[in-house]
Design a protein around this ligand. Structure first.
Ligand SMILES: [Zn+2]
Length: 108
């Protein structure tokens, strides 16, 4: 069973898996009232060949562009030109975490 890419979301294209260390950064959002959303995950990111090339060269901006290109047609409110900067800011931090030196890359 081939897995989808966790970045660009292309179905069945994942060929690599990035395994983040236990002490990986976790991203959260807090508003002025003190409400917090934590975006934790299992620390496993599946990647297609195209996305893994971008991850391996540490190009967060390039990865964001690629993900937007693939997801904007289906989810214009989240990824299209009218989307806010919040998503981009969060994904920048999350993608940067995948690119940290402690991450292991393995074939799947
Ligand atoms: Zn991909």
């Amino acid at each position: 069973m081939l897995k989808d890419c966790d970045f660009c979301n292309l179905a069945g294209t994942a060929r690599w898996q990035y395994v983040l260390p236990e002490e990986r950064p976790v991203v959260g959002l807090a508003n002025e009232d003190g409400h917090v959303i934590v975006l934790d995950d299992d620390g496993l990111w599946n990647a297609c060949i195209g996305c893994s090339l971008i991850v391996d060269r540490g190009d967060v901006a390039g990865l964001i562009q690629r993900v937007e290109r693939h997801l904007a047609p289906a989810f214009p409110d989240m990824f299209g030109p009218q989307a806010g900067e919040t998503w981009k800011a969060m994904m920048t931090v999350r993608y940067a975490a995948v690119m940290l030196p402690g991450t292991q890359k393995r074939r799947i």
